[in-house]
Design a protein around this ligand. Structure first.
Ligand code: GDP
Ligand code: ZN
Length: 303
């Protein structure tokens, strides 16, 4: 085969057709048969994957190679023939966790769960606190104080007053970002504020997704005018914490991770044990009690 292969990014996946963005434009592709014959216990290809494409003609591309996937968000979905690993997005550079400071009021235990999922997947989170127009700024900062001393980037936005919109847009530039968060917090409004029409487009896709069967799920990355891509994936909750062992959970809370070596017992659960460095750190205010409470709730399955 002498034809040169084009490198591209999979930006849409629907029923066996993949839209690939390449230097010379957008090509609709199918997957070469020999790639399909590989293991079938999960998605072979997902949005965010980098591929090599032949047949650069009009709309008749063929995906010849899939580059190694570095990271992903995936979930196990039970199917008649066994568990199936569904890939929500491949190679995201960051996950944007959108919460509102009011209407609805923030469910910080859910934010902590999302942060654990991001830590496990090794995908940097960006926390966005939206609707800051609804409360005084002191109250907003107070609500999110458990995150003040952590190293996670956090920005305050209002799609209504446009506060923080430029900063958010800057943080998305030239990256692949996955937006998620509870419904009603303003994800679509924020996307629209960043770029007119973006929220609406993303909403349409996610509506199809929620109604569709697993086999007809549509996923899409939307291009940003300044470079970069965003995907809207409501319900990261569905990812749950399926592949996280209880014993490794403390590693996904950075402020706990730092101290676990100092616990007296190396199988310490940080719940009641004597000589626990975590309990001590909570007592002296080095670890925020709300974060510790989230750890305990996840660890002991209290939801
Ligand atoms: P999504 O479900 O997360 O996509 O949320 P939407 O973008 O649909 O917004 C839900 C509701 O919150 C809508 O009524 C919006 O008008 C409202 N909303 C979105 N952003 C803001 C904001 O910054 N301030 C206020 N006060 N309301 C907002
Ligand atoms: Zn301990």
């Amino acid at each position: 085969m002498t034809e040169a292969l084009l490198r591209g990014l999979v930006i849409r996946s629907q029923s066996g057709f993949y839209t690939v963005s390449t230097q010379t434009g957008i090509i609709t592709c199918k997957l070469r048969g020999r790639l399909k014959r590989q293991r079938r216990s999960g998605d072979i290809l997902a949005v965010g994957d980098r591929v090599l494409v032949s047949g650069s003609g009009v709309n008749e591309g063929m995906i010849e190679e899939i580059e190694p996937r570095l990271k992903m968000f995936s979930r196990l979905s039970p199917q008649p023939q066994g568990e199936y690993q569904q890939i929500l997005i491949a190679n995201p550079d960051q996950v944007v966790l959108v919460f509102s400071c009011a209407e609805p009021s923030p469910h910080l235990n859910m934010l902590d769960r999302f942060l654990v999922i991001a830590e496990k997947a090794e995908i940097p989170p960006l926390i966005v606190v939206n609707k800051v127009d609804l409360l005084t700024f002191e109250v907003v900062q107070d609500l999110f104080s458990p995150y003040k001393t952590l190293d996670y980037p956090l920005i305050y936005t209002s799609s209504r007053t446009r506060r923080g919109i430029d900063e958010l847009r800057d943080r998305l530039e030239n990256k692949i970002s996955m937006f998620t968060g509870p419904s009603g917090v303003g994800k679509s409004s924020l996307l629209n504020a960043i770029q007119p029409g973006l929220g609406l487009a993303a909403r349409e896709v996610s509506t199809i997704t929620s109604k569709g069967k697993h086999t007809t799920v549509v996923r899409e990355l939307f291009s940003l005018l300044g470079g970069g891509w965003v995907a809207d994936t409501p319900g990261l909750k569905a990812l749950a914490l399926w592949d996280i062992e209880a014993e490794e959970l403390d590693a996904y809370f950075p402020e706990l991770r730092l101290l676990v070596d100092q616990c007296q017992f190396n199988d310490c659960t940080h719940h009641h044990e004597p000589g626990c460095a975590i309990i001590k750190a909570v007592e002296v205010g080095e670890i925020h009690p709300a974060r510790y409470a989230s750890y305990l709730r996840i660890r002991f399955n209290e939801d």
